[in-house]
Design a protein around this ligand. Sequence first.
Ligand code: CA
Length: 220
Amino acid sequence: MRLLLIEDDTMIGRALRQGLSEAGFTVDWVTDGLAAGRALANDVYDLAVLDLGLPGQDGMAVLRQLRTRGDAIPVLIVTARDAVADRIAGLNAGADDYVLKPFDLDELIARVRALLRRHAGGASPLLQCGELTLDPVHKLVSLKGDKVDLSAREFSLLETLMQRPGAVLSRTQLEDSIYGWTEEIGSNAVEVHLHKLRRKLGADTIRNVRGVGYKVCEPS
Ligand code: CA
């Protein structure tokens, strides 16, 4: 899952980027509102973590722009503005949740996961597909009850596919979801990870739709 972190405070931004990366998310970080608007318009993200007080363009303006465009990406506001009126304005402008600074990192990550879950239409923290189960919080995958050991990239790929059961995702979509801006991507990196995943889980689990992309399980 790929997140856009919008935060101009270097210390908070670093802590958030590190915490979210360690939790398994791909994180792109921008430090002003205009760059945030551009990133959200040009790249595909699963969620945005949005500070309100930003140079260039206020966080509320970024949010309004996003919703005016009809973009439904979940937005978690993280801000020091603690007045009830600010919170109400943020939620009314289309934010999905609100965390006040100083925040607890683990709680913030739990809220991010809850928003992603809700957005995907699932109440359960587990992703399931036939006899394949993925636990995003504890980073566990099991097939027919047996634990499967996956690398971090393999896990991210599988999570991305299992978030959209039955949908065919192209190599570019998969690349976008697991690599951030700063990472070098080998030309066939995604294929290599998919190949290993299919070897571990069986080619029936992750199907290749020739010339189009890959998918997991049809929704029943
Ligand atoms: Ca700020």
